[in-house]
Design a binder for this molecule. Sequence first.
Ligand SMILES: *[C@@H]1O[C@H](CO)[C@@H](O)[C@H](O)[C@H]1NC(C)=O
Ligand SMILES: *[C@@H]1O[C@H](CO)[C@@H](O)[C@H](O)[C@H]1NC(C)=O
Ligand SMILES: *[C@@H]1O[C@H](CO)[C@@H](O)[C@H](O)[C@H]1NC(C)=O
Ligand SMILES: *[C@@H]1O[C@H](CO)[C@@H](O)[C@H](O)[C@H]1NC(C)=O
Ligand SMILES: *[C@@H]1O[C@H](CO)[C@@H](O)[C@H](O)[C@H]1NC(C)=O
Ligand SMILES: *[C@@H]1O[C@H](CO)[C@@H](O)[C@H](O)[C@H]1NC(C)=O
Ligand SMILES: *[C@@H]1O[C@H](CO)[C@@H](O)[C@H](O)[C@H]1NC(C)=O
Ligand SMILES: *[C@@H]1O[C@H](CO)[C@@H](O)[C@H](O)[C@H]1NC(C)=O
Ligand SMILES: *[C@@H]1O[C@H](CO)[C@@H](O)[C@H](O)[C@H]1NC(C)=O
Ligand SMILES: *[C@@H]1O[C@H](CO)[C@@H](O)[C@H](O)[C@H]1NC(C)=O
Ligand SMILES: *[C@@H]1O[C@H](CO)[C@@H](O)[C@H](O)[C@H]1NC(C)=O
Ligand SMILES: *[C@@H]1O[C@H](CO)[C@@H](O)[C@H](O)[C@H]1NC(C)=O
Length: 499
Amino acid sequence: MDHFVKLGLLLLLLIGIGNAFTDKSFDQCESLVKNWKSSSLLADVKEDKRVLKHLLFFLHVPRTGGRTYYHCFLRNLYPSSVVCPRSYDKLRFNRSKTDCRLLTSHDDYSVMSKLPSDRTSVVTLLRNPVDRFFSSYEFSMEVAARFMMYPNLTSAIGLPNSKNITAKPVTTLDIWPWKYLVPWMRADMFARKEARKHKGSADSQSSDLYNAEDFVMPLIEYIHHPIALDIIHNGATFQVAGLTNNSNLRGSHELRHCVIKYPSLGDHVLEVAKKRLDNMLYVGLTESHNESASLFANLVGAQVISQLLESNSSTELAANNKSDSKFNSKFNASLHQNISSHQKEVEVRSIYNVQRTNKTMKQMTVEGLHEAFKECVPKLRKVQTTRRNNSFENIPSLNFRKEARLRVPETILREIASLNSLDVQLFKHAQYIFANEHKHMVQKGLKISYRYLFDGPSWKNISLDVPSWKTLPLTTVGMLFIFVFLLVSARRTKLKLKS
Ligand SMILES: *[C@@H]1O[C@H](CO)[C@@H](O)[C@H](O)[C@H]1NC(C)=O
Ligand SMILES: *[C@@H]1O[C@H](CO)[C@@H](O)[C@H](O)[C@H]1NC(C)=O
Ligand SMILES: *[C@@H]1O[C@H](CO)[C@@H](O)[C@H](O)[C@H]1NC(C)=O
Ligand SMILES: *[C@@H]1O[C@H](CO)[C@@H](O)[C@H](O)[C@H]1NC(C)=O
Ligand SMILES: *[C@@H]1O[C@H](CO)[C@@H](O)[C@H](O)[C@H]1NC(C)=O
Ligand SMILES: *[C@@H]1O[C@H](CO)[C@@H](O)[C@H](O)[C@H]1NC(C)=O
Ligand SMILES: *[C@@H]1O[C@H](CO)[C@@H](O)[C@H](O)[C@H]1NC(C)=O
Ligand SMILES: *[C@@H]1O[C@H](CO)[C@@H](O)[C@H](O)[C@H]1NC(C)=O
Ligand SMILES: *[C@@H]1O[C@H](CO)[C@@H](O)[C@H](O)[C@H]1NC(C)=O
Ligand SMILES: *[C@@H]1O[C@H](CO)[C@@H](O)[C@H](O)[C@H]1NC(C)=O
Ligand SMILES: *[C@@H]1O[C@H](CO)[C@@H](O)[C@H](O)[C@H]1NC(C)=O
Ligand SMILES: *[C@@H]1O[C@H](CO)[C@@H](O)[C@H](O)[C@H]1NC(C)=O
């Protein structure tokens, strides 16, 4: 009996100690998060954020359309010789080329500690968090579905390991967060395939894409899964704060887990993320596609062009002409090749190099850059659609279409929004920054602009806290006109007074 009591006490003690290591109390978490916040806010002081620095870091938040910017803008601007290499095993920044000028990655903001931060400008794109969530679900499924092509594979075990492909191009499986999300989905899909076989039911086609439980994890289950909580929800805020699952910061996982456990601490993270957006050279909005492109060309493109022309070393001026054929021929190969067996899983990164302008840097103008972008985007989208169609060849009922999203009940949308409340607030802040920057550009005289300020509502008018796209455009346009009008008349009055 005595022994049992002692043993029990010992056990309790051990559990207590164990908990102290894994489960931090609120107070411990709060002080951790606050310390991190004050050191982060201290470190980020930028005097002139609108001036392009030596290195451009494109912080690519997954599922925001960043690839379009990379392939249709940045790759037309920066010659390969100045693009930073990355260590592809983890897609982390590779410091071997210290003088490079363009870094694009899913790395979070913590990678700044490895960059010359006073000589680095950061740009990013943000997207309505609910749309981004749907897109993450659909994309992890799309890539996982590519593996269902193997006719006699019944489980995810035994699939060719992407690390094992020689002369390997970068595949989605190398890239955070897909390197976690895709294998997870893939294993789940194989398990459901097995279950279908045992049940003996023919592959019936599901009518509801988001609840096709015979084929794939239903949306509602995905939403509440711990992996989604850790990696997807509030992912934009964690990425800008530098606290993702992929962070370079020591202690980032403790911090993130604290914030997930005690949601009230999220405000501190949000504060840091907002401040960082404020200091960025450019913040685009996925939804305002045309406007964001116009601002990018005017604000970032124009400066890259003049900067690269100024530093007219010969290598840099040999811009992206046709002889930069490594990409073109790879693209050609990946398009025409009859992708078989495990090639299907390999997404040759250069498949996206659909369009490089012929122009050398000397001929490049802001307008030319923008024209090339407009030509490039539809081609890129077509490549992506084809690939998606191919992925779902055997399970066409899972080929997501926008109409299906319209049938998702409002309660689920609200739930997603509330699980992403930090991202919802960050997105609102981004909208505010974007409107201001746009105003600033209009005052300076946009080289290219659009008739419509915003592209209109996204796929559904979810009445989140996020202002509806239907009301925003009108009021913003209105205020802009009033502002410009006041400015002009004020100048006139001043001139009259002087003369
Ligand atoms: C870093 O990039 C260089 C080429 O620029 C390459 O040789 C090297 O292997 C890369 N390092 C890693 C860890 O990938
Ligand atoms: C897969 O199926 C093909 C033919 O359908 C067969 O030749 C091959 O041996 C099978 N592979 C495995 C691992 O069962
Ligand atoms: C691929 O991986 C297997 C085991 O996982 C290993 O035996 C084989 O040598 C690897 N092949 C290459 C080319 O690295
Ligand atoms: C990141 O998340 C994945 C999936 O939840 C997990 O397997 C992995 O261990 C995590 N990595 C770190 C460094 O926490
Ligand atoms: C650019 O190149 C021209 C001619 O090659 C040279 O005269 C000029 O000094 C260079 N400018 C800079 C900033 O290097
Ligand atoms: C392309 O660049 C190469 C040098 O990299 C140069 O020799 C060639 O003349 C250029 N071609 C065009 C069409 O500008
Ligand atoms: C593209 O691929 C096709 C078919 O493989 C080949 O005939 C053509 O020469 C290739 N073009 C280039 C520019 O490599
Ligand atoms: C791909 O393969 C299919 C059937 O194997 C064939 O009909 C088609 O012509 C091939 N496409 C190309 C571009 O080789
Ligand atoms: C590239 O050059 C060719 C011929 O010089 C021209 O026909 C084509 O339209 C150009 N493409 C772009 C994107 O400027
Ligand atoms: C993809 O599939 C849809 C319908 O299944 C079809 O309408 C569309 O044209 C396809 N797109 C491409 C680029 O293959
Ligand atoms: C955005 O631009 C594209 C082509 O540049 C055009 O087709 C489309 O109508 C534009 N959208 C809006 C809302 O202006
Ligand atoms: C969008 O919201 C407005 C007002 O809240 C409503 O009248 C309209 O029917 C909604 N549209 C859709 C497609 O739900």
